[in-house]
Design a protein around this ligand. Structure first.
Ligand code: SF4
Length: 340
């Protein structure tokens, strides 16, 4: 599978809104979205139908996070003039196309999805549903609906995209538009989504309660940095440390790469204490996040803006989706009953 060529023409990506965004989302996803919108035509989707797989008994708990999440996208520089920003369920063609693709997707393809058993084993939520088993089909529909040529993913998500590609190829095998393929088979843009560590050194996640949330004040974030896990073998101030075993040091990569060597030496020789090391990092972290926070505050004053953007985005998305559905139905022979 060619994962890099040709040049991206249209990109689809999405995020579920199931909680407050944190610094891990900012560094891992939003900075990527913000860059990609200048490189190709982008569709950025709030994947709320996917949230239903886990939140179906209490969906409003997740729905309330949509507007704040989109506001954070905007604060991070994602621009509605550049990218189409919309909510998945506002474009009914996602569900319609997923239903059609499901007709020929073998169950065995879905059962071998590595995430299927993994997620079921690692959550208290009931994921033993047809909807959860079939979410890769919905994911395929999300992508091919927009003729996305590329999807930005991490290496671990390649099997998911391969499933989308298999579904698109199978469709193109059964149904054709003359000699042409009906669906675009998407390629990956392999993105280096950095794994951002939480306060305890595990991956930052709200379920681990170890997050630095984007909505938090500078004071609250500073307090959290001061309790962030360091090299546990460094018990006393005079003990030399090992930055490779320290969560704080990983943040130097993002916010103070130019100081890494100095910190490395200071830590290993015990010339630098952990409190000073954290304070120094904060002098970089807080100013780096300041423009985002200022924009966030500015957006909070503009009530209705996010709704307007999502409304316009859904209209734009539906135009593209409707054209794809017309092509899909035509190739399948699903003619309108009025033309029988
Ligand atoms: S000095 Fe810095 S890098 Fe070394 S253990 Fe302490 S916080 Fe980590």
């Amino acid at each position: 599978m060619n994962t890099q060529d040709p040049k991206p023409r249209r990109i689809l990506s999405g995020m579920q809104a199931t909680g407050e965004l944190h610094v891990g989302h900012y560094l891992g996803v939003l900075t990527n979205f913000s860059r990609l919108q200048h490189e190709a035509e982008c569709f950025f989707m709030v994947a709320n139908l996917h949230s239903l797989t886990a939140f179906y008994p209490n969906y409003p708990d997740a729905h309330r996070f949509i507007a704040p999440m989109v506001s954070d996208w905007l604060a991070a520089g994602i621009a509605p003039e550049k990218a189409t920003i919309f909510v998945q369920s506002d474009v009914p063609e996602h569900s319609e196309l997923a239903q059609l693709l499901a007709m020929f997707t073998p169950v065995s393809w879905l059962e071998r999805n590595p995430t299927y058993k993994d997620k079921q084993a690692n959550t208290e939520k009931d994921l033993d549903s047809f909807g959860f088993l079939g979410y890769p089909v919905l994911q395929a529909a999300d992508i091919v609906l927009y003729d996305a040529t590329h999807v930005p993913i991490g290496e671990d998500q390649l099997p998911h995209l391969e499933l989308t590609r298999e579904i698109a190829r199978r469709f193109n095998h059964y149904y054709r538009a003359g000699k042409a393929d009906v669906l675009t088979v998407p390629q990956a843009i392999l993105s280096s989504f950095p794994k951002v560590a939480g306060l305890d050194g595990r991956k930052m996640s709200k379920s681990y309660n170890n997050s630095l949330n984007l909505a938090e004040s500078a004071e609250s974030l500073s307090k959290k940095f001061m309790v962030m896990k360091t090299d546990t073998a460094r018990v006393k101030r005079t003990d030399p440390g090992n930055p490779e075993n320290c969560t704080v040091f990983t943040y130097y990569d993002f916010f103070a790469a130019d100081l890494k060597e100095e910190v490395n030496q200071g830590c290993r020789s015990a010339a630098l204490g952990c409190v000073d090391c954290k304070k120094q990092l904060l002098t970089r972290f807080l100013p780096a996040m300041a423009p985002f926070n200022a924009k966030r505050r500015e957006l909070a004053e503009k009530s209705g803006l996010v709704n307007d953007i999502l409304h316009a985005g859904a209209e734009r998305a539906r135009k593209v989706a409707a054209a794809t559905m017309a092509r899909v139905k035509d190739s399948m022979g699903l003619v309108s009953r009025y033309s029988l």
